[in-house]
Design a protein around this ligand. Structure first.
Ligand code: CP
Length: 309
């Protein structure tokens, strides 16, 4: 049983809770891949997606997860909502709560916005990505994908390369992977690595080759141009040449290593097109697994709410 009404980040989740979600997602993936991906497990429940930043994968996979399990779902389009009239986050949350919703999935540019919302609503709040803080469901689906590929997480060597400084995906993966016993190696231009990341358990490497040497999984991260203020690297072509992952870099990884990316990918920048579309790539499997993991999470949070609220 999960220990909270909300999922705000993996920093505060236990290994047991993470395994509970991953295990439940195995069953959900079977339902998702079946001819009739429909259940009434969440019949009568309602989910709202409230995204203050753009999204393709996270928002639509939460909405589909809710639909596949029989819940109602509504998206609040922030651009055309009363947020534009100056309504605060807490007022928006309390308004949605008054409509008797059970879940709100929020993506917000400010780190901590999901926590603030969770403190003011009865609904379960799921963090769909907050600033440079956490993106817990992305890391859960990444770990699910790695466990599917290798049968375990403990002892895996995971190399994370890219814009680590601005990446909530990197933070959530670091917290989750360390809790489950994986080793995490990171590499990026010095301007894109937070100084304190080693204190959280990452090993910061001096080259791409060192990071990828003997890796089971190699994860590229998107260059987050929208969170940068320029000057962190000379040009996209030079970034790709000196920091991107290509076939030559992948030769340092284990023979059966897999390639991951949370998406959206800047093709030819973080990863070469050949790697994105190649046989080592699990990028589209990550997307499928994102629906299964979010289905599992909605069901487990419903169980928590039934037992505790
Ligand atoms: N990985 C991820 O969060 O993708 P979206 O921005 O499309 O949701």
């Amino acid at each position: 049983m999960l220990k909270n009404k909300d999922l705000l980040g993996l920093k505060d989740c236990t290994a047991e809770e993470i395994y509970e979600i991953l295990d439940a997602a195995v069953q959900m993936k079977k339902l998702l891949k079946s001819d009739c991906k429909q259940s009434d497990m969440l019949k009568g429940k309602a989910l709202v997606t409230l995204f203050y930043e753009n999204s393709t994968r996270t928002r639509s996979s939460f909405e589909l997860a809710a639909k596949y399990l029989g819940a109602s779902e509504v998206n609040i389009s922030v651009a055309t909502s009363s947020v534009q009239k100056g309504e605060t986050l807490i007022d928006t949350g309390e308004t949605l709560d008054a409509m008797q919703i059970d879940y709100v999935v929020i993506r917000h540019p400010m780190a901590g916005a999901p926590k603030l919302l969770a403190e003011h609503v009865k609904a379960s709040v799921l963090n769909g990505g907050d600033g440079m803080h956490e993106h817990p469901t992305q890391a859960l689906l990444d770990m699910f994908t790695m466990r599917e590929a290798f049968g375990k997480i403990k002892g895996l060597k995971v190399a994370i390369l890219g814009d680590i400084k601005h990446s909530r995906v990197a933070m959530s993966n670091l917290f989750g992977l360390k809790k489950l016993g994986a080793e995490v190696f990171m590499y990026a231009p010095a301007t894109m690595i937070p100084k304190e990341i080693e204190k959280l358990g990452a090993r910061v490497c001096k080259s791409r080759e060192e990071a990828v040497e003997g890796a089971d999984a190699v994860m590229g991260l998107r260059i987050q141009l929208e969170r940068q203020h320029g000057g962190l690297f000379p040009s996209l072509s030079e970034y790709s040449k000196f920091y991107g992952v290509n076939d030559a870099v992948m030769k340092y990884a284990k023979k059966n290593a897999v390639v991951l990316h949370p998406g959206p990918v800047n093709r030819g920048v973080e990863l070469t097109p050949g790697l994105i579309d190649g046989e080592k790539s699990l990028i589209l499997e990550q997307v499928t697994n994102g629906v299964a993991v979010r289905m599992a999470l909605l069901k487990l949070l419903a169980d928590y709410r039934e037992a505790n609220l």
